[in-house]
Design a protein around this ligand. Structure first.
Ligand code: FER
Length: 296
């Protein structure tokens, strides 16, 4: 009797241990559904002066539940795609619901999320031919607007931490390309970088990470995710392959899906939980739901 009890206990212990070591690989159902009885963050619109564009530009700001001007917060810059503007994440992904739920479950470090318009030109609307060369160029010009206009505005008007370890950048598609280009190109400014389904604006790997040793030393988390049926997958896979060859730690996260908000919402859910916390690089290769060696 006693030995069968011991055996049962041992079994429970093993199952519990296995469970404790499991990484949550995907957002659970309901992660993007508004819940009753929890605290909510707040969305503001800001209008900042842009020397780069020569006008005032809009961005959305999510401050977390319990936000206090007496605290100081790290910042995530969250960027949209070619068909969107500063409201694309809000309309298509409802990040405020995903983040509120993560806070309610105690899974997120308090942070401010800035959703800018990444098309740095006078008419920054997603109207007309969104692929026109001047509009595509404006996604590259945004690097100057971000570094010289938006970040200083945020730091002068919100209670934020201003060192690289407290600044993250991530985005979807064109915004994923921007995040990789600007984040990896300005390692003195960003320690956390995420590209979701990154677009053809993503620099070639050798230009993106010309000094792998420096990237190795300075990056906290580099996240590259994509749906396995996304026509743009090669821009993520080629980056991953170069990083792997050069032994730059990163998370390459391949999931079932196309080029859409199902993938991007899951990307935000997964990536945001890693931010501004201690990093365990030994777990980086356990995140991907699909076998990263099986799909090219
Ligand atoms: C392209 C294909 C896709 C391209 C950009 C995209 C600039 C961007 C897609 C998105 O942001 O969703 O050839 O060229």
């Amino acid at each position: 009797m006693n030995s069968s009890k011991n055996l049962l206990f041992l079994l429970f212990f093993i199952v519990w241990q296995l469970h404790a070591q499991q990484i949550e690989k995907e957002a659970p159902s309901g992660f993007d559904q508004a819940r009753d009885g929890i605290s909510h963050g707040k969305i503001d619109t800001i209008n900042y002066a842009s020397k780069t564009v020569g006008n005032h530009r809009k961005a959305l700001v999510y401050t977390p539940p319990g936000f206090s001007k007496n605290e100081k917060y790290p910042v995530l810059y969250l960027l949209h795609g070619i068909g969107g503007d500063e409201k694309e994440w809000l309309k298509g992904g409802h990040p405020e619901i995903i983040l509120d739920n993560l806070y309610a479950d105690g899974k997120l470090a308090p942070m401010i999320v800035i959703m800018p318009n990444g098309r740095a030109m006078k008419d920054d609307s997603a109207s007309g031919n969104i692929m026109a060369p001047d509009k595509v160029q404006a996604f590259a010009t945004f690097e100057q607007d971000l570094l010289n206009d938006l970040i200083p505005y945020v730091e002068n008007n919100y209670p934020v931490l201003t060192n690289r370890e407290n600044r993250a950048i991530a985005g979807l598609s064109m915004g994923g390309g921007q995040s990789l280009n600007f984040g990896l190109g300005n390692l003195d400014k960003f320690a956390w970088v995420g590209g979701f389904s990154s677009a053809p604006n993503t620099k070639e790997p050798e230009l993106l990470v010309p000094d792998p040793e420096k990237a190795k030393e300075l990056l906290k988390v580099l996240w590259i995710s994509c749906g396995d049926a996304d026509g743009l997958l090669r821009f993520s896979s080629r980056t991953h392959e170069y990083l792997a060859e050069n032994e730059v730690p990163h998370i390459y996260y391949l999931e079932t899906g196309g080029h859409d908000f199902k993938v991007w919402k899951n990307g935000l859910y997964m990536f945001s939980q890693l931010l501004f916390k201690p990093v365990d690089e030994s777990k980086f290769d356990q995140y991907s739901p699909l076998d990263i060696t099986a799909v090219k």
